[in-house]
Design a protein around this ligand. Structure first.
Ligand code: ADP
Length: 387
């Protein structure tokens, strides 16, 4: 019998149907095959990666040798090597060889950067936020493999933010007395010929403002000095002497407000430290105890030795500080009551200077307060080698 091909349109249609059916079956078979052998493929991929590593162990060595957190992904985007600092930064316990970029870094941003670098074949550096940290991610290709080098910029970023805020706040604080001095100067020029008595009172205010400006600049410079890192030029400083001199200086101001200052310090209490820092600590604490007091109030300054440390306490019977404000009072320019602080010549920098100076001496400062009853600051300073 002769085999006959169908002819005409019906024939073409029949052929098309047969071909489509065949193709579908092939695809279906392939799909099932792909589906069922996937775990094997993953195992194969891992084995291939291990074999490649044996062939070229330098890749793992290279990543280990980098002193920055680094990860290397192969041409299929599977983890090939990660150094210990990368695991620590990414909070991964063990590097899962063959894991994807997303599985390893848990960051879709890093996945996208790696894809861009692979497509453009150009290295890229981008800052990425991941789990509350700011990471600088640099991706480059070594052949077909993607090297991801990370840097934790969280701390740097915080310092940058603090610096920016500080410049804004400091400029704002400086502007107030500068504007007042300009305005008062103009007013004095106009008043002097006609009303010398008023001019004299304006002059007194101008003097107060220029003092405030000088204090602010002085305190900003103190803060700057305290922030310089490095070993301290320590000398023996008699803390008792520092307390006595500071109190003597503040006595007339305290008496003007009917405030009594009790001093209970030993004759001699040396510590190894920087004189200007320790003087700033005592001066800021005692002057605050006078400033934030009430008429007829009391300030007690005590100094004792416990273990290898001197403990300075400055207690007042003043206005007190609310519990919610206590954690913030050591911040620069933080004031509970801005009007009262300004009125008494405050800059909002005093306690920040105290904290820096104490920490530079490896000491601690604590505060307890009851609103309307008073506040106690306790500073603990190690006596140190020369004390
Ligand atoms: P200031 O120059 O305003 O006094 P500080 O940094 O010395 O700045 O203090 C910050 C804020 O903490 C003050 O503005 C004040 O509100 C509060 N404060 C500091 N010491 C005392 C104190 N002994 N009693 C009550 N409030 C205080």
């Amino acid at each position: 019998m002769e085999l006959m091909w169908p002819s005409g349109v019906t024939g073409v249609l029949l052929l098309a149907v047969v071909l489509t059916l065949l193709a579908t079956r092939v695809v279906a078979r392939r799909r099932t095959a792909a589906h069922t052998v996937r775990p094997d493929r993953e195992a194969e991929e891992r084995a291939r990666a291990a074999a490649r590593d044996e062939e070229r162990p330098w890749r793992t060595q290279l990543v280990d040798a980098l002193n920055q957190p680094a990860l290397l992904f192969d041409d299929a985007g599977r983890l090939h090597a990660a150094n210990a600092s990368a695991l620590e930064l990414m909070a991964i316990r063990t590097a899962e060889r063959g894991a994807s970029i997303l599985e390893t870094t848990a960051s879709t941003a890093i996945v996208e950067i790696a894809a861009r670098v692979r497509a453009d074949r150009e290295p890229m550096t981008v800052d990425v936020e991941r789990a509350g940290r700011e990471l600088r991610v640099s991706v480059s290709l070594i052949g077909d493999e993607a090297l991801i080098v990370l840097a934790d910029r969280t701390r740097e970023r915080q310092i940058e933010d603090l610096r920016r805020d500080f410049v804004v706040n400091a400029s704002h604080e400086l502007k107030t007395p500068v504007t007042a001095i300009q305005t008062l100067g103009d007013a004095i020029a106009v008043t002097l010929p006609t009303d010398p008595v008023r001019a004299a009172s304006l002059l007194k205010r101008l003097n107060d403002e220029s003092e405030r400006l000088a204090r602010l600049v002085g305190e900003l410079l103190d803060l700057r000095r305290l922030e310089v890192a490095g070993p301290l030029e320590r000398v023996p400083v008699n803390l008792s002497e520092v307390v006595r001199l500071v109190v003597a200086d503040l006595l007339s101001r305290a008496e003007g407000n009917g405030i009594e200052i009790d001093v209970d310090v030993p004759d001699n209490a040396p510590i190894a430290g920087v004189h200007a820092d320790l003087e700033a600590v005592v001066k800021n604490l005692v002057s605050n105890a006078v400033k934030y007091n009430r008429v007829g109030g009391r300030v007690s300054v005590g100094l004792r030795t416990e273990g290898g440390a001197r403990i300075l306490t400055v207690a007042d019977s003043g206005i007190g500080i609310r519990q919610q404000d206590l954690p913030r009072i050591f911040e620069r320019f933080y004031r509970v009551d801005t009007a009262r602080s300004r009125e008494t010549g405050g800059t909002g920098l005093g306690l920040s200077i105290v904290r820096h100076a104490v920490e530079r001496h490896s000491g601690t400062v604590q505060v307890e307060s009851a609103l309307g009853e008073g506040t106690t600051f306790r500073v603990t300073l190690p006596i140190g080698a020369d004390g």
